[in-house]
Design a binder for this molecule. Sequence first.
Ligand code: ADP
Ligand code: MG
Length: 211
Amino acid sequence: MAEQKTKLIQQGAEAKILLDEKENSIIKDRIEKSYRLPELDKKIRKLRTRQETKLLEKASKIINSPNPSSLKFKDQTFIEMPFIEGKKLSDWLDKLKEKQAMNVCKKIGISLAQLHDNNIIHGDLTTSNLILDKNNEVWFIDFGLGFHSERTEDKAVDLHLIKEALEAKHFKNWEKYFSHILQGYKLSKNHKETIERLKKVESRGRYKERY
Ligand SMILES: Nc1ncnc2c1ncn2[C@@H]1O[C@H](COP(=O)(O)OP(=O)(O)O)[C@@H](O)[C@H]1O
Ligand SMILES: [Mg+2]
């Protein structure tokens, strides 16, 4: 990585998140996995970096998402993007006034509808991958598991993931939150079909748990 003065703000399983205070940018650096063969490991990290960069580039044209700098060299395993000032929604959603929280959820639904209408699947939709800025705008980050798809099934799974995340982390109000997400999601041209499919995804989930 280029020599920059950075501060480590998060060390995850997949990536180190560094803040470059001078540039006000975030560097998401995919870390080496010693259990993989080094050559293969590098290949995987490069591929995931390229995929996430492309999805972020696209998403940032459609919704609030950090627009990354383009990759400088083909071996790159890190992404540089603007630092989004705000709070992780996971820490904050339950502390908001009810009306504000519902408004935020509606915005999540609207942005998700816009992503889906452009065939972008987030793939890891939880409140830890959403940032709330000082104007109460919601930013989508972490497209590390994202992909392109036109399939209703993949879109329904995105809805299912955020629903599960709300149930697990924000259990007091999750039903209200999710119903507001769905309200916002009605903006999607295929919302009826996707919401209908969600029921199937869920019944399959329960089936899996039982047997
Ligand atoms: N562009 C950004 N602006 C502000 N904070 C960020 C940004 N990107 C990542 N972060 C912070 O780093 C954390 C981890 O980043 P994320 O992309 O979700 O990586 P991981 O794949 O390890 O979950 C986020 O939850 C957020 O707090
Ligand atoms: Mg994340």
